[in-house]
Design a protein around this ligand. Structure first.
Ligand code: SF4
Length: 677
């Protein structure tokens, strides 16, 4: 029998609707969902090839325990008992858990609750730490909230789009479609990116092609021009912000010619961009990893938010500074509290609100941890017992050789995933998880849009939902009463009770609401909130706090031994560490090998030709990749996608961290290159 069932794409956080064609319990085809408000009948290459990975031959189907050095198949009971017995020996500071932006809200909620209630620690993190931790650190002090303040649907209504460190076409293709519509209706587009990306080529009216890592310099220059030329929004500054005098004094001390020299952008271009943005009626700023992933990522976001504040670009549909979390539930796993300093609903550890006391009462336990847990990279290095759910640090974290050493030294490494990833291969216990439409649950997509995924097919073998596995271990450790969940809906009901912004969202409402509901949604008769900050910001005094930000250069710049800048990023055909997209034949056929983009002048200097195998060496190690000679990258700069395990970009990236948030500097390190012999 053939069924047509609705689902939401499992790849990026746009959250597009698709129809799955299912015959006798197996997905055999798919079509875009024409009435879904996000994609209106379109899907990008990944979204058009959304389900094939589920049927890859190497899906994990049975639990395994490492015995005499080999992973051996065991029953669920044996695996779960084994984990519980081990974890009973672990002290709170010895244990840690890593969740994923691919977990459902329900999975993520149970994972963080297990870490806090059963293990007594805030050592819980998810991959949002290495994508957008600088967002929370940067937007918290300025506007009080690190989420997209608008609906992605409103992007097509704006008259200026400022894209900062985001290659929109390749990373959020359906948002790109909206940007194209805005441009067709007359909007101006400013792109700030060291690369001439496809987005810059197709969309930009002004391309600010900055030197890598000089984002703060460019933003300070734009603000200085705006204030010098009187283009600021005086009424907005007066009524809705504090700190203008300090900002004026700071910017007055800077020299525009000097700023232009440091960032490598001519002053005329900076002036044009400043005028376009300041004069826009509805100016929207989207940013991503190109801004975030520097030791100065938090500073860049504080400065950019200040730019939006002095021009009054906040509080109306389409305006404001929008972080673009990449994974389907990149937003939701954070909402659920999978961060070392946040209980669910972004209730911060160590604040006067004392969330540990509040949650102890809600969860019916005596005490909960009141100190921050370890951040992601330290959690990998410093714990003895580590449980990793659906994420792949062996591809995603800089300086992989050291990550491997840390993982191999664990007393117990539990990995729960759908494939034998590079991380899974090091596990002491390996647990098979169900994926996407093999289980039910909710996700919060890029603009806080909560949508529900229904279970449409069975998981392979004995694979189980992530939440179920964690609940089973909690029960075995004596916490049955606190984890008395038999379905995702029961977990969601608890989420509604403890996370105020989800209170009005129910499974029944989500079933009936095409396109989902944007939180905050405080009651069941509330429609959800598309635009933030309409009257006040989420800071304690309700005002936007203008920030004075100084430039800090990247930690590792080129020198005579390592003369080029290496930057990493994505391709439209692949997704993160390639776990899903590289098991999708059509996507892998599009781009099946690692490549490195090199400027023609640099290539000539090193006798590198199109297609040459290039050896890239940094202070951490070396990898090989195929040369693509292109002026999409400037001289002195090479670009390497990070999806390919056989040429793992993070084997050579720099593990140095942004001191404000623990974000590694993926976007700049020094490299040398030569033709591989
Ligand atoms: Fe899927 Fe994102 Fe593409 Fe939409 S834009 S089809 S959600 S990958």
């Amino acid at each position: 029998m053939i069924q047509y069932e609705k689902a939401i794409c499992p790849y990026c956080s746009c959250g597009c609707g698709i129809y799955l064609v299912i015959e006798d319990g197996k997905i055999i085809n798919q079509e875009p969902q024409s009435d879904h408000p996000v994609n209106e009948g379109g899907n990008c290459p990944k979204g058009r090839n959304a389900y094939q990975f589920l049927y890859a031959e190497d899906r994990l189907t049975t639990p395994m325990i490492r015995k005499s050095g080999r992973l051996v198949e065991v029953s669920w009971n044996e695996a779960l008992d084994y984990i519980a017995d081990y974890l009973k020996k672990a002290g709170p500071n010895e244990f840690g858990m890593l969740a994923s932006g691919k977990n459902t809200n329900e999975d993520a909620y149970v994972i963080q609750k297990f870490t806090r209630v059963v293990m007594g620690t805030n050592n819980i993190e998810y991959c949002g730490r290495i994508c957008h931790s600088s967002t929370a650190a940067g937007l918290g002090p300025t506007v009080g909230s690190g989420v997209m303040p608008i609906s992605q649907l409103d992007l097509e209504k704006v008259d200026c789009i400022f894209l900062v460190g985001i290659n929109l076409k390749e990373t959020f293709p359906l948002m790109y479609k909206r940007a194209l519509r805005a441009k067709a209706a007359g909007a101006k587009v400013i792109v700030m990116d060291p690369r001439k990306t496809v987005t810059a080529r197709e969309l930009a009216d002004v391309h600010l092609q900055l030197k890598s890592g000089t984002d703060v310099v460019v933003i300070n220059a734009l603000m200085k021009i705006i204030l010098d030329e009187g283009l600021e929004n005086k009424e907005f500054i007066e009524t809705r912000t504090v700190g203008i005098e300090e900002l004026r004094t700071h910017l007055a001390s800077l020299d525009l010619d000097e700023l232009s020299k440091i960032c490598g952008i001519p002053l005329t271009k900076l002036k044009r961009a400043a005028e376009i943005f300041a004069k826009a009626k509805i100016g929207s700023v989207l940013y991503n990893q190109g801004l975030n992933q520097h030791i100065s990522g938090t500073d860049g976001i504080r400065a950019l938010s200040t730019l939006a504040l002095i021009t009054g670009q906040y509080g109306r549909p389409g305006t404001g500074l929008s972080p673009t979390r990449g994974q389907v539930n990149g937003e939701g796993s954070g909402d659920m509290g999978c961060l070392n300093v946040f209980y669910p609903g972004f209730q911060k550890v160590g604040t006067p609100a004392e969330p540990h006391k509040k949650f102890a009462e809600l969860w019916g336990v005596q005490t909960l941890p009141d100190q921050p847990g370890l951040p992601y990279t330290k959690l990998i290095q410093q714990t003895k017992y580590l449980w990793i759910v659906g994420t792949n640090p062996m591809m995603a974290i800089p300086d992989i050789d050291n990550v491997k050493k840390s993982l191999q030294e664990k007393e117990l490494l539990i990995v729960q995933d759908i494939f034998p990833t590079e991380t899974a291969q090091l596990a002491d216990v390996l647990l098979p998880a169900s994926a996407w439409v093999e289980r039910e649950g909710t996700h919060a997509y890029v603009d806080r849009r909560v949508q529900k995924i229904d279970q449409l097919i069975e998981a392979p073998g004995t694979a189980k939902p992530d939440w179920w596995i964690v609940v089973q271990v909690a029960e075995r450790m004596g916490f049955k009463e606190k984890f008395d969940f038999s379905s995702p809906q029961e977990i969601f009901e608890e989420i509604r009770r403890v996370v105020p912004s989800y209170r009005g969202i129910t499974y029944e409402r989500l079933d009936k609401t095409l396109g989902g509901i944007q939180w905050p949604c405080p009651s069941e008769d509330h429609p959800g909130t598309s635009t933030f900050f309409t009257e006040k910001f989420n800071t304690p005094d309700g005002l936007g706090h203008l920030q004075v930000v100084n430039y800090i250069p990247p930690a590792e710049l080129p020198d005579k031994d390592y003369p080029y800048i290496l930057s990493t990023g994505r391709s439209i055909f692949h997704y993160h560490t390639g776990t899903m997209s590289r098991r999708t034949p059509k996507l892998d056929a599009e781009v099946s090998d690692a490549y490195v983009e090199i400027n023609p002048k640099d290539a000539a200097l090193q006798s590198i030709r199109e297609g040459s195998t290039v050896l890239l060496t940094t202070r951490r190690g070396r990898i090989e990749a195929e040369a693509r000679v292109t002026d999409n990258v400037p001289e002195g700069f090479v670009f390497l996608p990070f999806h390919f395990s056989e040429s793992c970009a993070n084997k050579i990236t720099n593990p140095v961290l942004d001191p404000n948030c623990g974000m590694p500097e993926y976007k700049v390190c020094a490299v040398k290159m030569e033709v591989s012999k």
